[in-house]
Design a protein around this ligand. Structure first.
Ligand code: ADP
Ligand code: MG
Length: 270
């Protein structure tokens, strides 16, 4: 596994443009979007709803082709699903008729590969699911299902993990717990993570860098380094610096959204 060097970013998005051809016409979702993620960096992507975050993530995974531009992993173009890139979505997408162990084994069965049982046991233990292998998805809470989805993704030992609003459907306490868990897992075994969220607090808690996309068509509007030391405590999250950073990002998103609407004369007068 090539973890990249200082000069080659782990993951590169170069001038990514995506046009969806729909029945009602072409829709430009991404417009020359360029960003780089260093090896073992955690980068969050935030932006107004519909700005192209999911489109960007699917393109990074190789599951969706771009209309123009390219995705580079360790400097090499990604042209389809890649074994080094793992994905976690908002829905855990566990197969309801399989128990947890069988769900985690599923990708290995498809690939015709043998799972690393010791690594999976370690991961299950790490996320607090030790002993739950025989349970079916319906027997697990939403948070537990998402933990299982994370184990399933990490069991394949990806060097890049792409997460699309993975905790968006969870209550806020469970979400905080999951955020701490992701940080712990990362501190244990660093990997490159791109994390999409609509929670600015979550983005700040988890990331080394927060990237703000413009309203559709998505382009990088701004980026903010997040300099707080890890592990990040709840105390850090309550500081003035975090408050100010949260507000700055919020204003970018709200300001950007407002900027897409034609201004009414009443707003421009005075
Ligand atoms: N498969 C698709 N076909 C057509 N339009 C799509 C498709 N997927 C997304 N879109 C459109 O592209 C834009 C960006 O969508 P998406 O990437 O899901 O945004 P986000 O994740 O930021 O909410 C939206 O206008 C959405 O309706
Ligand atoms: Mg989305």
């Amino acid at each position: 596994m090539n973890t990249g060097d200082a000069k080659t970013p782990k993951l590169g998005v170069r001038e990514a443009t995506k046009i969806y051809h729909t029945a009602s016409g072409d829709l430009l979702a991404l417009d020359r979007c360029t960003l780089h993620v260093a090896a073992n960096e955690i980068v969050s992507v935030v932006g107004p709803s519909g700005c192209g975050k999911t489109t960007l993530l699917w393109s990074m995974s190789g599951l969706h082709g771009l209309s123009d531009g390219e995705i580079l992993l360790d400097g090499k173009p990604v042209t389809g699903p890649h074994p080094d890139i793992g994905l976690v979505f908002q829905e855990a997408n566990l197969l309801p008729w399989r128990n947890l162990d069988a769900n985690i084994n599923f990708p290995f069965e498809i690939k015709g590969e043998k799972p690393d049982r010791a690594w999976i046991a370690h991961l299950l233990d790490r996320v607090g699911l030790d002993g739950f292998g025989g349970k079916f998805p319906r027997e697990l809470s939403g948070g537990m299902q998402q933990r299982a989805a994370i184990v399933r993704a990490l069991s394949l030992k990806p060097s890049v993990l792409l997460m699309d609003e993975p905790f968006g459907a969870l209550d806020s306490f469970t979400r905080d717990e999951m955020n701490r868990l992701v940080e712990e897992i990362w501190l244990d075994a660093p990997t490159t993570i791109v994390f999409i969220t609509h929670s600015i607090e979550e983005a700040i808690f988890l990331s080394d860098r927060v990237i703000v996309l413009s309203p559709r068509p998505g382009r990088v509007a701004k980026e903010y380094p997040v300099p707080f030391p890890r592990p990040r405590s709840m105390e850090i999250m309550a500081t003035r610096e975090v408050f100010d950073l949260t507000n700055a990002i919020k204003m970018d998103i709200v300001g950007g959204r407002a900027g897409t609407k034609a201004r009414r004369p009443a707003e421009t007068a005075a």
